[in-house]
Design a protein around this ligand. Structure first.
Ligand SMILES: NC(=O)c1ccc[n+]([C@@H]2O[C@H](COP(=O)([O-])OP(=O)(O)OC[C@H]3O[C@@H](n4cnc5c(N)ncnc54)[C@H](OP(=O)(O)O)[C@@H]3O)[C@@H](O)[C@H]2O)c1
Length: 252
């Protein structure tokens, strides 16, 4: 069976569709019961369990994890995908926004994983952490988001180092820009050049599934985005100048 957080929309919904096609029994997690039921209907996954949980709420996560471990003996796959954007520059960052985005994108991932760990270990399962290229390079106008994804990437890499002790495999995924309801990529799509760097959600989900089945431990989606991480590591001044040119998005 597979647990997918952020399963009502975008990358999570596309992954859930593919996992349902591969006959995984699904637990779909999102904040809103209505959207979760709509996702389950859209998937035709009549046996899927839907759980309305705010992953940034530690008490709700603890309750959800205890219930899931009580219902299922083993968890074959956990996809930590729930995430929110936050578009502000570093100086204009609202502390409440920073706390919220860290709560969802970092603590949500960590708390759900730790809460379900016993089930993952008993099934010798896999954790897929959906992080971002923004975990490797900081853009000027997404300071809270990019901070949360840098932290999530570090956390996922740390987890990957210890997970094999319990027989669990971790796949860290760093997508580049993908058109989804939460990340419509409006600015990038407006530019003829930048548009080439944007992919659709089906391409993203197919690449993640391929990486999962090939046993990889960290991938960029598409693979050419790893160049961004190399530039950051080898030429941080160039990375800073390039990312300062990325204009703020008109998206949510
Ligand atoms: N799209 C991109 O360009 C891109 C690139 C790199 C990485 N990513 C990452 O990919 C992941 C999925 O993003 P997406 O593009 O598919 O965005 P999306 O279409 O907005 O989907 C986000 C999902 O997360 C759920 N969610 C948000 N806050 C939540 C919370 N507090 N508790 C539980 N669920 C919550 C949403 O469900 P409800 O609103 O129904 O609760 C929704 O199902 C995110 O982690 C994002 O950072 C996206």
């Amino acid at each position: 069976m597979a647990v997918v957080t952020g399963a009502t929309s975008g990358i999570g919904l596309a992954l859930a569709r593919r996992l349902h096609d591969r006959r995984y029994r699904l637990v779909l997690v999102g904040r809103d019961a209505g959207r979760l039921h709509a996702a389950r209907d859209a998937l035709g996954a009549t046996d899927a369990v839907v759980e309305a949980v705010d992953v940034a709420d530690p008490d709700a996560v603890a309750q959800f994890c205890a219930g899931t471990l009580g219902r299922f003996q083993g968890i074959d796959l956990l996809v930590c995908n729930a995430g929110v954007p936050a578009r502000q520059d570093a100086l204009a960052t609202d502390p409440a926004v920073l706390r919220h985005v860290m709560g969802v994108n970092l603590h949500g991932m960590a708390d759900v994983t730790r809460g379900l760990w016993a089930g993952l270990a008993s099934a010798r399962g896999t954790v897929v952490n959906v992080v971002s290229v923004a975990g490797t390079v900081a853009t000027a106008y997404d300071a809270p988001y990019t901070a949360s994804k840098h932290a999530a990437l570090a956390w996922s890499r740390s987890l990957a180092a210890v997970a094999p002790r319990d027989g669990v495999h971790v796949l860290t995924v760093n997508p580049g820009p993908v058109v989804t309801p939460g990340f419509p990529q409006t600015e990038l799509l407006r530019s003829r050049l930048a548009r080439c760097a944007v992919i659709d959600v089906d391409r993203c989900a197919d690449d993640i599934l391929r990486a999962l089945h090939s046993g990889r431990s960290e991938v960029f989606v598409p693979g050419y985005w790893r160049v961004a991480a190399w530039i950051q590591a080898l030429a941080p001044g160039l990375a800073r100048r390039l990312t300062a040119r990325v204009r703020p998005s008109a998206g949510p």
